[in-house]
Ligand binder design. Structure first.
Ligand SMILES: Cc1ncc(COP(=O)(O)O)c(C=O)c1O
Length: 406
């Protein structure tokens, strides 16, 4: 009977019968955690730190005591939360948003990302997606009936967008571009030149942009974070996806949001109940508390910057491994191709270091020979350094086993 299911869903991993190699689907992670493995494969800052900022905790306690959180909010989300988001984005990107028309609260941003695509994509539509990037960008397009067209990025220009690579892949079927900005897994913050060229290409060819800014909060080295929706001519053709999971470290609450123009929001608001339901009421209260307490982001930023520096120092000192200095966030993307395939090296770390990292391959064709390491996990810097050092020791040992000279 399973063959009666839509063929687009046939290649998903993490079900009961598929061979699972990814760390973040199915029961895989749970089994490894029970066995005490070190987890550096969930893009979740400080995981598994059990603490919650005091300002958020107190709001949650008060809300539970009042009891109203056992009820729905309106499906498009709590108005106070939408208002705070509009203020935040005005300050950050100078965009004027009406919280009653341009913002939709979603249960996490993964659901927001696929919902952003759904109303646009029909069978045969082609979507240009930088490679490497977040695996769901490719998969979601396929689930919506579109065709994911991989546009290669290169370490030679620090993984910035090369518009000639987009132009080469443009056809009469191209409808959309999907980018993760800053990028996951490379951490690249697309610069003004890249983004202006991309937006020009999108406008010239009458395309739609879905821009996932889940990692926008922690940008290092005074780099400029530009939201494409703020570039002239783009607001009317952009849907931006946001999350409180990464910057604020609140992934467990499952709150994200979409931002777009009135025309698109008309459709998204209309379909919210059918597709997303409503976001958890208590979780939205937590998001409000988190956005009001600006000290949380500041504190995390300082700590994540230190963690980024530690990670680069250790990973870039491993013989036969190439590391790039992440420009944002919590992720390191390293080239281990001299030591083996992504799968071989990740498996070696699992067996010999009891550390789970991500293989590069789900991030696109450019991911073979790479690993993604979530360097900013754990409640303390010392634990993170220890785990990174274990990775280094294991990879030095692997190099020796492969007969590579130091
Ligand atoms: C680029 C990107 N977008 C979206 C998500 C989904 O995050 P959430 O659903 O927790 O908001 C992730 C999670 O890893 C991500 O890396």
């Amino acid at each position: 009977m399973k063959n009666k299911m839509n063929a687009r869903f046939h290649n998903l991993q993490g079900g009961l019968f598929s061979k699972v190699t990814k760390a973040d689907v199915g029961e895989n992670s749970g089994r490894l955690m029970e066995q005490g493995y070190t987890f550096m494969s969930w893009a979740d800052p400080f995981f598994p730190d059990p603490s919650l900022p005091e300002s958020i905790k107190q709001v949650l306690i008060d809300e539970i005591n009042q009891g109203l959180v056992s009820h729905y909010t309106m499906p498009i989300g709590n108005l106070e939360l939408r208002t705070l988001i509009a203020q935040r984005l005005k300050k950050k990107y100078h965009v004027d948003l009406d919280p009653t028309r341009n913002i939709l609260i979603t249960p996490g941003s993964d659901s927001g990302l696929i919902y952003a695509m759904m109303p646009f994509l029909q069978e045969g539509d082609e979507v240009l997606i930088p490679d490497p990037s977040y695996p769901s960008n490719f998969l979601d397009v396929q689930l919506c009936g579109g065709k994911a067209i991989h546009v290669p990025l290169s370490p030679k220009n620090n993984y910035q967008l090369d518009i000639s690579e987009f132009e080469k892949r443009l056809t009469p079927h191209t409808k959309m571009v999907v980018i993760t900005h800053p990028n996951n897994p490379t951490g690249t913050v697309f610069n003004r030149q890249s983004l202006e060229a991309l937006c020009h290409f999108i406008i010239q060819n009458d395309l739609i942009l879905i821009c996932d800014q889940a990692f926008e909060d922690h940008i290092y080295d005074q780099l400029e974070m530009i939201a494409p929706m703020s570039i002239e001519g783009m607001f009317e053709r952009t849907v931006t996806v946001f999350s409180i999971s990464k910057g604020l470290g609140l992934s467990g609450f499952r709150v994200g949001y979409l931002v777009s123009n009135d025309q698109f929001m008309d459709v998204y608001y209309g379909g919210t109940v059918n597709v997303l339901g409503a976001t958890n009421t208590l979780a939205q209260k937590a998001a409000i508390a988190a956005l009001k307490d600006e000290s949380i982001l500041q504190r995390y930023h300082q700590e994540l910057f230190i963690r980024r520096n530690d990670a680069y120092e250790i990973l870039s000192s491993i013989p036969h491994v190439k590391a790039i200095q992440p420009e944002s966030g919590i992720l390191s993307w390293i080239d281990v191709s001299k030591l083996g395939t992504s799968s071989e090296v990740a498996q070696y770390l699992l067996e010999h270091g009891h550390i789970s990292v991500n293989e590069g391959t789900p991030y696109g064709y450019q991911g073979e020979g790479y690993l993604r390491i979530v360097h900013a996990c754990f409640d303390s810097r010392q634990k993170a350094i220890k785990a990174l050092q274990t990775i280094k020791d294991c990879l030095i040992q692997l190099g020796k086993e492969k007969g590579l000279a130091d």
